[in-house]
Design a protein around this ligand. Structure first.
Ligand code: HEC
Length: 158
């Protein structure tokens, strides 16, 4: 009888250890798979970027950065319509230097419908708009874009 009780205690102990290992193990894995941490954004810059965006960009790119529905399909004359700038678009695929270049000089092709803002917005204005974009992206997109910026900056320096 005493022997059986001892066994029961052993089984219970093993079950407890296994159970908590599974519990903490799952927590650990969940922690691992949650991906990168969100960036610590400059909220003042985000607010300024939001104002500038609303004033200069939202008419084409949408108040919620949603772009137009058929943005992937070229028009008959070969031009493109305003793409979204949220997670569903490809703005976050480009580093800051590329985005600043497009905002300053307009779309890549000569007949692009994306206007040049180089004489309307200052460097700080554009930096604020990019920070505002970042506030719309998930941590994965933020991290991807940050790495693209570092890559592009590395390619630019002599
Ligand atoms: C008159 C409409 C219009 C306005 C206003 C406009 N855009 Fe665009 N934008 C476009 C179009 C169209 C494209 C796609 C360009 C192309 O592929 O030729 C584009 C493309 C872009 C891109 C590159 C695409 C991407 O997501 O990688 C960025 C960045 C961008 N716009 C930022 C801005 C910002 C910032 C403003 C405001 C300061 C702005 N745009 C205002 C029409 C506009």
């Amino acid at each position: 009888m005493a022997r059986n009780r001892f066994k029961f205690a052993q089984v219970l102990a093993v079950a407890l250890v296994a159970g908590s290992a599974a519990y903490f193990g799952a927590g650990y894995l969940a922690g691992q798979s949650s991906g990168p941490e969100p960036l610590d954004l400059d909220e003042q810059l985000v607010a300024r970027g939001a104002e500038l965006y609303t004033a200069s960009c939202a008419t084409c790119h949408g108040v919620n950065l949603q772009g137009v529905e058929n943005w992937k399909k070229p028009n008959e004359d070969g031009t493109f319509n305003p793409p979204p700038q949220d997670n569903s678009g490809h703005t976050w695929h480009h580093g800051d230097p590329t985005l600043l270049d497009i905002i300053t000089n307009g779309g890549i092709s000569d007949d692009s419908l994306m206007p040049a803002f180089g004489d309307k917005l200052t460097d700080e204005d554009m930096a604020a708009i990019l920070e505002f974009f970042r506030s719309y992206w998930g941590p994965t997109e933020q991290q991807f874009q940050r790495e693209a910026t570092i890559r592009e900056q590395g390619a630019q320096s002599p």
